[in-house]
Each structure stands twice: as structure tokens, then as C-alpha cells.
Design a protein around this ligand. Structure first.
Ligand SMILES: [Zn+2]
Length: 433
């Protein structure tokens, strides 16, 4: 596709630096109303206020918001079918809903169909990159990576390690788990836009021996990611304390086994203490904050400001199926409410940063995703500012940019999305657009 030139017209918005919690610094935001985003061979070339010449394929989304695609740092590909399941907290929820759904991914054909549906759903919600939990089955990882490869998406994933406290059909063992990981790393890690993550479901479902094996994999293969869950729910935290009496805290279990580092993504982190926050900052491991999941499962209110003060990176995640929407707009709106209950006002800039450039930075992918810097891959989304009479009226009343973007973030969802491009290829378009 050498020489392919695409120009997309719209209101270009990106958050280029961490605005923190102290106010609404406009220096962190770049907004170019009614500009053309110029894309050549799948990469951002620049932007222009005037219409480019006829050598460019032009797509006119004037009056719409053009943004870098969202990055969801924690989501479960096999759980679309159990989203919005009633009446359980974390540990019951896993037994009742999640594990039965995950059993079906042993079947490669089922896994292939489900993975395609999952990635297309991400694209239809404006999410262009994701850190994903498939299942314990090797077939679930092959299927997900294959589907991501076909779409050219940036996906980070790995086989779930789980050798205890899980039902038949969802457990591996030390030797098999390691063989599967080594095989999958060889096949997928670093291929196109795919990276492998050593994926420990959570400390209770791995034996100390398996955690040790996971740490050894991390040490043996530089550049791997690590993903897991930490301190989501109080009952879970108590269980981990019983299972690992030698660890100072739940997070400390992962440190002991060599699993914390610059490429570690830990979902939730609701019940952390000051020493944990320092440990995150020291290692560079990030918390994937999943507000709709924390509310839905009644897990607790994560203190983003305390993590920020400690210097620990925080990104945003849908955590579907515990979360109730793949929409990062819904996720940001829920994050605002969780912080609001703790007396902290999350700005639209801070939320957008965490879901785009901040996530790219925390994942060490800033050169590729999260913004419109020249040279980055053109993962782009076009959004209606408002859908429906209430949002349209609210949008018309906005006096300044932050007010307008905050109302979009709070009232909007995937129905606002008009189109999604991956590396300059349009892969989603709303019917009628
Ligand atoms: Zn999760």
C-alpha cells in the first residue's frame, strides 16, 4: 500500500501530557477545530487547516470529533456473553458466570468466532488497542492473535495461567502451562503489532511453583508484558493473605515472584496501601483502573489521587465482563463518579489522557499509539459530539472546550462513534454514516 494517502476532516483533539488532578491545564491539550488529519501509508504525517490536493483520498467528518483510538488496558475476550450478569461479588461471580463461559474456548472454532466478534466489538466502541485476557486454553490465544493480525490491531495478550482453585477444564499444570507459554511466545510475541503477556489470572489460582515459572519466563524473555489482577475485593485480599502468609501484601506476592516491572499491568488495585503504591512507582507497574467493574461487582472505590501522588501509573479499563460496557466513554464517566465519591474531581483531560496517551506511555508504546504525533500509526476514531435531544442541547450550551468534551464524555457512548480506522484502514463505520 505504498503511497496511500488519506486525509480525514474533523475537530482534532488529543491530550499530549498528564494534566494531573490540579486543574484543567490547556497546555496538555491540542485541539484543532476543523482540520485535516493527514495519513500516509498508515501513519500520521501531520495536520492541515486547508483541504489537501487531489493526491489525497478525503473523508469528510466535519463537525465530528477526531481522536486517537482508545486503549483498554484490561478486558476479557471470553466474557462478552456474561456481561451484565446479576447478583454476585468477585469470587462467586467467577464460579457462577465466568468459568462456565471460559470453558467453551477449548474449542478452536468457537474461540475463533468469539475472538472475531470481540475485536469487532472493540472497534465499534472506538477502542483500537487492548490488553486482553483470553482463557487458559492455548486455542483461545491463537484465535485472538489471529483475529488481531487480520485487523492489524495492537493487542497484548497471553494464555491464562491457572493451576489450582479452578474447575476441571480450566486448569493447566506447571509443565503444560510453561510449554504452552513458550510455544505461544515463539509464535506471536513481536509479530506485527502483537505482544505476549505472561498472564497470571490472580494469585489464588496459581501455585507458588507456577508463579515462580511465570517470573522465570519474564526474566528469560525481555520485552514480555505481564498481566494479572490485584486487590480487587476484600474477600479476595483475605484469601491471598491466607494462601501466601510470607508476603507483606497481595501486591507483594507478585514482587516476590519477579512479576512486577515496567511492562506489568495489574487490574483494579482498589485495596492497596501506601507501601504498595510505592512499590508500583518503583517498579513502573501500572494499575488498570476498571471503574464500571468495581461499581458493578461492589468491589470498592479506587483512590486514583493516592496512586498519582505516589507516582504510580494509572490507566483505564473496561474489564468486561465484570465491567458493564466496552465503551471507554462510559468507563471515563464511571471513573469520574468513583473519584467524585472521594472528593476528587477528575477532568475530561485527565480521563482522556489515561485512556489514550497515558496508556501508551505506561505500555511503552508512545511511538505507535495514543496520539497524533507524526510517525505514529493512524488508529483514529470519529465521534459525534452529541446524540439525542438532551446531549445535543447540552452541547449547544457549552461555553468552552473542556465543558463540551466533559459533557461528551459523560453523556456519550458507542452510539456517538461514526468510524474507526486501524493504521489508516477504516474497519468500522456506523450504518448510515
Ligand atoms: Zn478482569
Amino acid at each position: 500500500m505504498s503511497g496511500q494517502r488519506l486525509a480525514i476532516r474533523g475537530d482534532l483533539l488529543e491530550v499530549t501530557a498528564d494534566p494531573g488532578f490540579g486543574g484543567k491545564p490547556s497546555s496538555c491539550v491540542r485541539f484543532d477545530a476543523d482540520h485535516w488529519l493527514l495519513i500516509e501509508d498508515g501513519r500520521v504525517l501531520g495536520r492541515s487547516a486547508s483541504e489537501p490536493d487531489a493526491s489525497w483520498t478525503r473523508q469528510d467528518h466535519r463537525g465530528r470529533l477526531l481522536m486517537p483510538g482508545f486503549i483498554d488496558t484490561h478486558v476479557h475476550s471470553p466474557q462478552l456473553g456474561v456481561i451484565a450478569s446479576h447478583g454476585a461479588q468477585l469470587l462467586d461471580w467467577l464460579d457462577t458466570y465466568t468459568y462456565p463461559a471460559e470453558l467453551r474456548f477449548a474449542d478452536p472454532e468457537f474461540a475463533a468466532q468469539a475472538s472475531a466478534r470481540f475485536l469487532d466489538a472493540l472497534l465499534a466502541h472506538g477502542t483500537t488497542s487492548a490488553v486482553v485476557f483470553p482463557t487458559v486454553h492455548k486455542a483461545s490465544v491463537d484465535a485472538l492473535f489471529e483475529a488481531a493480525l487480520q485487523r492489524g490491531m495492537r493487542v497484548i495478550a497471553g494464555k491464562v495461567l491457572m493451576d489450582r482453585h479452578a474447575p476441571d477444564g480450566l486448569r493447566d499444570d506447571l509443565a503444560q502451562g510453561e510449554r504452552d507459554c513458550v510455544d505461544l511466545i515463539g509464535r506471536w510475541h513481536g509479530r506485527e503489532r502483537l505482544c505476549y503477556a505472561v498472564t497470571v489470572r490472580f494469585a489464588p489460582t496459581s501455585t507458588p511453583e507456577q508463579l515462580g515459572m511465570a517470573g522465570a519466563l519474564m526474566a528469560a524473555h525481555p520485552g514480555l508484558y505481564m498481566q494479572t489482577h490485584v486487590a480487587e475485593n476484600r474477600e479476595e485480599v483475605r484469601w491471598v493473605a491466607e494462601l501466601f502468609p510470607g508476603a507483606r501484601s497481595y501486591l507483594d506476592v507478585y514482587r516476590q515472584y519477579g512479576l512486577l516491572g515496567q511492562r506489568a499491568v495489574l487490574a483494579h488495585g482498589v485495596w492497596l496501601d501506601a507501601a504498595d503504591r510505592v512499590l508500583l512507582a518503583e517498579t513502573g507497574a501500572q494499575i488498570a483502573h476498571a471503574p464500571s467493574s468495581n461499581l458493578f461487582l461492589g468491589s470498592g472505590l479506587m483512590s486514583w489521587a493516592q496512586l498519582q501522588d505516589a507516582g504510580a501509573p494509572v490507566t483505564l479499563a473496561s474489564d468486561v465482563g465484570g465491567g458493564t460496557s466496552l465503551s471507554m466513554l462510559r468507563t471515563m464517566a464511571d471513573a469520574y463518579k468513583i473519584q467524585s465519591l472521594q472528593g476528587v474531581r477528575l477532568t475530561a483531560w485527565k480521563a482522556l489522557y489515561a485512556a489514550t496517551r497515558g496508556a501508551a506511555r505506561a505500555l511503552h508504546l508512545e511511538h505507535e499509539i495514543g496520539g497524533f504525533e507524526p510517525g505514529t500509526l493512524a488508529d483514529v476514531t470519529a465521534w459525534d459530539w452529541a446524540v439525542g435531544p438532551v446531549a445535543l442541547h447540552r452541547d449547544s450550551m457549552a461555553r468552552e472546550l473542556h465543558e463540551r468534551v466533559f459533557a461528551w464524555m459523560t453523556l456519550g457512548d458507542e452510539r456517538n462513534l461514526a468510524a474507526t480506522w486501524i493504521a489508516g484502514q477504516q474497519l468500522y463505520r456506523r450504518p448510515g454514516v
